[in-house]
Design a protein around this ligand. Structure first.
Ligand code: B3K
Ligand code: ZN
Length: 881
């Protein structure tokens, strides 16, 4: 029998749930292959439902039903129906009633890591988005909020620690070596925030005093023996708690806050109420094994999950279409936390780099979707860069347009008005409309339309009238399912810079002014005229990247050089360095395509030297300047007829030229900042290391033997993971004998640490050497590699597919074929991870024709696989549409 074609779920079909659940009592008896769950649900008809009465349809998957009783009376099998996805009871009382349901599930067989599973002897759960239905039959939708009491019973020896949401209310010993714990969470929550953990775990404990003086017990649970790696995460947690109190007035609301780190987890972490569960790579840290980048990620994700306590948990989403309501907003909050904790400008550069690298290509290809999608087949496919990162940009634009104070008042109103509710994007926006007195209806276009708008800007100077006129047009190209679009309102932060580099006052001819340099546009074309402009200015547009758009402005190289040295907006000054480099790179691709050699980029290197010499700039910033656009950045700008091999050569050429022209400056940077002090993960020290590694990499790009020797020395002398892995990454791209030696040495040193070994996999998978595919295939048979461990899959296959444009896009198509085979294989084990890896093909239509044909063949192969999961099926279908 052919499986039924899954039907898309549509936003416009939303209806309130016909029944509500007030309380959930769970009794979970943990067993590796047959865990018994007894659930007592108190239900009642929903007074707000459109239709009263009707059947009760509870979601359920992979459950074995034991017994079922309604108001204490066992139900006759004829009174209900069980299907692979639901338990239906056609007739239930039209007043409050109780259901007792007993089910069994198999945690060890659960390789999809959704629901209750067992990873390295530890029982844990992942319920977002729809995993709770694999634990018990339930109304598994975010607008059904209930209070939970959870009793867990297990073997004392193998599972001495038993955790769930909320506060611990009772624990005790039972006969035959067993024990139990009862947890109660007083805050009503949707099922996706439920969590349970059982296993042998060690705790790193601390306490926090909230702003009203309440004491909260904090604990981070990890594999025994790793307690010494929790200090950084704990510190980040306490700083996040303080920051949310100070910046948003949000206080924590339970007596305990627990974090558990597990090794097998589909994504980064999960914000379950009072019991966050983390991928251990985002908790465990020590200088010898954790890079500066990983330290920053841990800090950010700890903060992100903690911030969800208010934006996501106290106020949740009415339906999954509103996912950005919690994710976009919480990313905005974690970005602001990082900006306040680290350097605001460098943080913004980092966030915008990410947005452009991850979200822009998604929005320009077959997987494009609005920040608030209108339809989905598998919701897990929508935890995307668009929902998260573009979603955060939309919140940021509201904050920029309203100003910090009004924005805060809007947030306060949101918390006050919707606390305890499942809300919508419209309700969120209405809070800002209410506090500002502005109509924000047009802003919904940002939430409802896919695609990155383009802003085409020009500045005309009238020397006689001493006026400058800025004209900006917003252009919206077609996206899948959205051929025509409406204009969007946006804040455009600008500056006009005079000939000597001074900032000119922005005086609008119509008498209005532009507070903080922010102009607002809402029509397709807008013009602003500035008066009293003494001479032809240079425009610095989209400062701080005030809107998620592609800006097109015809600056020539002289103007870019001018902005590189004079722009007072740090973000735009950096942007000018990147725009200049991009211009050279695109030129080089064209030159190389003709079989010619690009000319030396001397003027650019001169401007770069001036930036290097500017002692007012922090090292982390200069490191960002030295990082020229990536191969995928170049591919994105080219947008069509993309030849990854030419792009790789162009980028190599530019880096080599910088290394050669600025060799002395770079060597001086490298030598000067040799820091023998003790390692500290703070942003300033990390910035120094980043700058030094940046210089080291550009010097190595020259390829002289002394340069290689310098990298090898750096690798051998390294006293922390940042330097060791940083140097290994440079060596990994070089075809020299030292390379293999370094990889071996690294393996021997770190083979006992699975997190470091993941980096070892990743570095080999991203190497541009032509042997890489062969190496990746070999590594798949390595004793430490398992397709069941998402971190392994992401490090080896994910990095190859998504982080190695040269080798994934091999002209013989073997990269595509290999990844396609892995996707099909993985789909049977873990569909969510398979669908994510498959996303690496998202820009295949932009490739030159020969590669495009080969990529198409690989995608068709996946599509023709009979029993593909909904996850992979939805993605591959969109890719081929
Ligand atoms: N909310 C989770 C992500 C859940 C993903 C489900 N497939 C983590 C986060 O965004 O904070
Ligand atoms: Zn989140």
């Amino acid at each position: 029998m052919k499986p039924e074609k899954p039907q898309p779920i549509l936003l416009k079909n939303y209806t309130p749930p016909p029944y509500l659940i007030d309380t959930v009592d769970l009794d979970v008896v943990l067993h590796p292959t047959s865990t018994r769950v007894r659930a007592t649900l108190s239900l009642r008809p929903n007074p707000a439902a459109r239709k009263a009465g009707g059947p009760l349809v509870l979601d359920g998957e992979l459950l074995e039903l034991g017994a079922i009783a309604l108001d204490g009376k066992a139900l006759d099998p004829a009174a209900y129906k069980v299907s692979p996805h639901a338990l239906t009871i056609p007739h239930v009382p039209d007043k409050p009633f109780k259901l007792d349901i007993e089910t069994f599930c198999d945690p060890e067989a659960n390789t999809a890591l959704s629901g209750l599973y067992r990873s390295r002897q530890i029982y844990c759960t992942q319920c977002e988005a729809e995993g709770f239905r694999r634990i018990t039959y339930y109304l598994d939708r975010p607008d059904v909020l209930a209070t939970y009491t959870t009793r867990i019973e297990a073997d004392r020896e193998t599972a001495p620690v038993l955790l769930s949401n909320g506060n611990l209310i009772k624990e005790g010993r039972l006969a035959s070596g067993r024990h139990f714990a009862i947890w109660h969470d007083p805050h009503p929550k949707p099922a996706y925030l439920f969590a349970l953990v059982g296993g042998k775990l060690a705790a790193h404990k601390d306490t926090f005093k909230t702003m009203s003086g309440r004491k909260v017990d904090l604990a981070i649970y990890v594999e025994p023996g790793k307690e010494d790696r929790c200090a950084w995460a704990m510190d980040a947690l306490k700083r996040s708690m303080t920051w949310d109190e100070e910046r948003f007035g949000r206080e924590y609301d339970l007596d305990v806050f627990n974090i558990v780190a597990v090794s097998d987890f589909n994504m980064g972490a999960m914000e379950n109420k009072g019991l966050n569960i983390f991928n251990d790579r985002l908790v465990l840290a020590k200088p010898e094994t954790t890079t500066d980048g990983a330290y920053a990620d841990i800090e950010r994700v700890i903060a992100h999950e903690y911030f969800h306590n208010w934006t996501g948990n106290r106020i949740t989403c009415r339906d999954w279409f509103q996912l950005c309501l919690k994710e976009g907003l919480t990313v905005y909050r974690d970005q602001e936390f990082s900006a306040d904790t680290r350097s605001r400008t460098v943080q913004r550069i980092h966030d915008v780099r990410q947005l452009k690298a991850r979200q822009f290509p998604e929005d320009a290809g077959p997987l494009a979707h609005p920040v608030r999608p209108a339809s989905y087949i598998e919701i897990n496919n929508f935890y995307t860069a668009t929902v998260y990162e573009k979603g955060a940009e939309l919140v940021r634009m509201i904050a920029t347009m309203l100003g910090r104070e009004t924005f805060r008042r809007g947030m306060d109103l949101y918390f006050e008005r919707h606390d305890g509710e499942a809300a919508t994007v419209e309700q969120f926006l209405q809070c800002f409309a209410d506090v500002s007195g502005r109509n924000l209806d047009q802003f919904m276009n940002w939430y409802n339309q896919p695609g990155t708008p383009e802003l085409v800007a020009s500045l005309k100077y009238d020397a006689r009238a001493k006026t400058a006129t800025l004209e900006v047009e917003q252009v919206h190209g077609p996206s899948p399912g959205a051929p025509k679009k409406k204009p969007v309102p946006l804040p455009l932060k600008i500056g006009l810079i005079g000939a000597n580099g001074q900032e000119l006052p922005l005086k609008l001819a119509n008498g209005r002014d532009a507070p903080d340099g922010v102009l607002e546009m809402s029509k397709r074309v807008e013009r602003w005229t500035f008066r009293d402009v003494p001479s032809k200015p240079t425009a610095s547009l989209l400062r701080e990247f005030s809107a998620p758009v592609n800006l097109t402005v015809s600056h020539n190289e002289r103007q870019l050089e001018f902005l590189m040295t004079h722009d007072s907006d740090g973000f735009n000054r950096w942007q000018a360095t990147q725009d200049y480099a991009m211009r050279l790179l695109i030129g080089a691709v064209k030159t190389l395509r003709k079989g010619e050699r690009p000319t030396r980029p001397s003027a650019y290197c001169g401007a770069l030297a001036a930036v290097l010499a500017d002692k007012s700039l922090e090292p982390a910033y200069v490191a960002q300047v030295l990082a020229v656009p990536s191969e995928s950045d170049i591919a994105r700008v080219l947008a069509r007829d993309v030849d990854p091999a030419l792009i790789h050569r162009a980028r190599r050429w530019l880096r080599k030229a910088i290394g050669a022209e600025l060799g002395e400056h770079l060597a001086a940077i490298y030598e000067a900042s040799d820091d023998a002090r003790r390692y500290s993960p703070d942003a300033k020290s990390a910035g120094q290391r980043a700058l030094r590694l940046g210089a080291l990499g550009l010097l190595a790009a020259r390829g002289q033997s002394a340069d290689i020797a310098r990298v090898t020395r750096h690798f051998k002398d390294a006293r922390n993971a940042t330097d060791e892995i940083g140097a290994l990454a440079i060596l990994s791209a070089l075809n020299v004998p030292e390379r293999a030696e370094a990889f071996d040495r690294f393996y021997q040193r770190w083979k006992g640490d699975h997190l470091v070994i993941a980096s070892w996999f990743g570095l080999q998978a991203t190497s541009p050497l032509s042997s890489t595919l062969r190496t990746v295939k070999q590594l798949m048979t390595h004793a430490q590699f398992s397709m069941r461990t998402p971190n392994n899959v992401y490090a080896l296959i994910g990095s190859f597919a998504g982080g190695n444009p040269l080798q994934f896009n091999r002209p013989d198509g073997k990269g595509y074929a290999f990844v396609a085979e892995r996707v099909v294989e993985l789909d049977k084990i873990n569909p969510q991870v398979a669908a994510r890896i498959l996303g690496a093909f998202r820009s295949w239509r932009a490739l030159e024709s020969a590669r495009k044909r080969l990529a198409l063949r690989a995608l068709e192969k996946i599509a023709s696989t009979p029993e593909l999961s909904n996850d992979a099926r939805e993605i591959v279908t969109k890719m081929l549409d």
